[in-house]
Design a protein around this ligand. Structure first.
Ligand code: HEC
Ligand code: HEC
Ligand code: HEC
Ligand code: HEC
Ligand code: HEC
Length: 489
């Protein structure tokens, strides 16, 4: 007992040195921070991988370093005191009068209070920041720039990156933590692939993430889709394609959602390429019955069979890139590129398809090229509508900047969209009539299985007029009498 007390006395006396005190600061800071993060770590919900690195690697490291510094300081202090002959014969008693003890207690007290104040503030804002979209999208700026930019203009721009990329639950949390560490090194050593390849391999099964917000089993109605397109002619003639999409869902396994994801439905497939574009083998189970649809000479690697989920169709729910034509159509519907400017569509697409040295050059060259076109070819239009031309020119530039990222080798069409079959093969990877069962049944390509094509490229189609979505086309030519009528009034 006396030995113990003597030992403590010496520790208290000798720990009054800078090295040990720094150790004390580190230990208390790490402890307080760790406790500050505890509510989030316990929650086990979505968390950014780098935050995990901080909590699970960095903080314990700091804690241990602090713990080591305390005895090192004591040892050092004792050595120097011994060498200088400054070791007291008897260490002061451990009571309220002991100045070293008082100083040590005061020091620990003050640093703890300061740590609590500083660390709790820090923990709070660090967690908020790291969960945020800007951390994911902008910290590694070039790497994530395409995804971040596309996310900003998507229907999911208010959904944080971690909600889809990590999702809740412990096992994915750890997986993402590990891949997060790998990504950190890839960025540090500049070894990441450009572009980042799709599909994402370690993405959590989409049904677990997407279905925290969506419930496609519930969609059981059809959905009208109007796809306006502008022509290459001088008037940029607008035509419409109108589809009635059989979205489906519900318990009765109908429609697009119901037939692949309805109750008791499981679609498994094997893709022979890394991009999952060539699919020679599909297995369909519904209502306890299983059929296998295979292309001719299909070879199968059972280890690579995948269960179909949301992202086999919705592979671009938020990182949506457009092709030049479609991007121009959208901008012209919105009026950001004025459809009144002659050949606006054609000219915009032509400029967008040119190659530029980089984003900086494109930022300057694109608006200039667009404006120059009107200055040279339509000087009167330019003189009367200079503002329209400028606004449209800037939109064309923004379309480019939103889709082309030379530093990441991302350009038009790098990332294809599987939700359809016109811009890329999409649904027709399976629905091509050349996947057959042994008894000759095939996965249908019947147009009306997925949608009724109500209108295929018409001006002011009657159905949209009836629904009040389009204005009736102007009356067939009778301009002269109309003028007279006005005059009469
Ligand atoms: C609505 C869900 C969702 C959100 C929100 C989301 N992502 Fe994605 N992300 C996906 C899906 C789905 C893929 C593609 C998966 C596939 O093709 O395998 C993907 C792919 C990626 C890729 C791989 C490259 C590519 O484009 O396929 C990166 C990098 C990426 N996301 C980063 C981010 C960042 C950064 C954010 C936040 C700014 C974010 N994601 C937000 C769902 C999401
Ligand atoms: C945190 C919630 C959340 C998660 C997770 C989420 N979404 Fe969404 N999603 C939304 C919201 C909110 C909207 C509606 C946006 C609007 O209408 O403006 C939406 C819209 C959509 C739309 C309609 C887009 C359109 O063009 O109107 C699709 C398709 C979609 N989500 C698919 C997915 C898929 C696939 C996933 C999983 C990879 C996913 N979502 C994950 C919240 C979420
Ligand atoms: C077989 C392909 C396919 C699968 C699998 C699929 N979807 Fe869809 N989904 C579609 C198509 C096609 C549309 C219609 C797109 C459009 O309107 O342009 C759609 C539309 C949606 C919409 C928008 C509905 C609306 O009313 O606007 C949401 C949300 C959605 N899907 C969520 C999901 C989720 C979540 C999953 C996974 C559980 C999923 N989808 C699986 C093909 C699919
Ligand atoms: C991985 C392969 C695969 C992909 C990709 C795929 N499907 Fe399917 N789809 C199937 C299979 C298999 C069936 C069921 C065939 C059967 O009835 O036995 C099916 C059935 C359907 C049906 C029901 C057809 C009918 O005859 O009633 C619709 C509708 C459908 N799919 C829409 C889509 C749409 C839309 C897409 C793209 C967004 C798509 N599918 C992509 C495999 C696929
Ligand atoms: C397996 C389901 C499926 C089949 C079969 C199918 N389509 Fe489609 N189609 C789709 C989906 C999904 C879209 C995309 C809707 C969207 O853009 O949201 C689409 C879009 C279209 C579009 C609009 C293209 C655009 O400009 O965006 C046209 C036109 C079209 N389909 C015609 C056809 C014709 C003609 C057939 C018959 C040979 C056919 N489709 C068969 C699922 C299908």
């Amino acid at each position: 007992m006396t030995n113990m007390r003597d030992w403590l006395k010496s520790v208290v006396y000798l720990s009054n040195n800078y090295i040990s005190l720094i150790g004390v600061i580190l230990v208390t800071a790490a402890t307080v921070l760790w406790m500050g993060f505890l509510p989030i770590t316990m929650r086990g919900g979505t968390m950014h991988p780098y935050f995990g690195i901080a909590v699970f690697l960095l903080l314990p490291g700091v804690f241990i370093l602090g713990l080591l510094l305390i005895p090192i300081g004591i040892w050092w202090n004792r050595r120097t005191r011994r060498a200088k002959g400054l070791m007291p014969a008897e260490f002061p008693q451990l009571d309220a009068k002991n100045p070293e003890l008082r100083r040590l207690v005061a020091f620990i007290g003050v640093t703890s209070v300061l740590n609590v104040i500083l660390a709790s503030q820090f923990a709070y804002s660090a967690v908020n920041y790291m969960d945020s979209v800007s951390f994911c999208g902008q910290t590694c700026h070039t790497v994530m720039q395409p995804e971040f930019t596309a996310h900003q203009r998507s229907p999911h721009s208010r959904v944080e990156c971690v909600s889809c990329h990590i999702g809740p639950g412990a096992s994915w949390f750890v997986k993402s933590k590990l891949s997060g560490a790998g990504q950190l090194f890839a960025v540090m050593f500049n070894t990441y692939p450009r572009p980042i390849p799709q599909p994402v391999r370690n993405l959590r099964p989409a049904r677990e993430t997407c279905e925290t917000c969506h419930w496609p089993q519930k969609f059981d109605e059809d959905r009208l889709r109007d796809i306006p397109t502008f022509g290459d002619d001088e008037q940029n003639t607008e035509t419409h394609t109108v589809l009635m999409l059989h979205l489906g869902g519900g318990a009765n396994r109908v429609g697009i959602h119901g037939r692949h994801l309805g109750q008791g439905v499981v679609v498994r497939y094997y893709a022979s390429d890394d991009k999952r574009e060539t699919i020679p083998w599909v297995e369909y189970t519904a209502g306890g019955k299983t059929s296998i649809y295979a292309a001719k000479d299909a070879k199968l690697d059972p280890a690579k069979i995948r269960v179909m989920d949301c992202i086999d169709c919705h592979n671009r729910p938020t990182h949506i890139y457009d092709l030049p034509e479609r991007a121009m159509d959208k901008a012209m519907v919105a009026g950001d590129v004025s459809p009144a400017l002659p050949f606006a569509k054609k000219q915009g697409v032509t400029i967008l398809k040119q190659t530029f040295a980089g984003r900086d050059e494109a930022t300057v060259q694109i608006p200039k090229a667009f404006e120059d076109y009107y200055k040279t070819n339509f000087p009167t239009v330019y003189a009367q509508h200079a503002d329209d031309v400028k606004r449209s020119a800037n939109t064309v530039r923004d379309i480019y900047l939103g889709n082309v990222f030379p530093a990441m080798n991302v350009t038009w069409g790098t990332y294809n969209n599987n939700l359809g079959h016109t811009d890329s093969i999409g649904c027709f990877r399976c629905h091509d009539e050349s996947h057959n069962t042994a008894d000759g049944k095939s996965i249908t390509q019947d147009c009306s299985a997925c949608h009724n094509l109500l209108v295929n490229g018409e001006k002011s189609p009657k159905i949209l007029v009836d629904l009040g979505l389009e204005q009736a086309p102007p009356e067939p030519k009778k301009p002269e009498p109309k003028k007279d009528e006005k005059k009469k009034k």
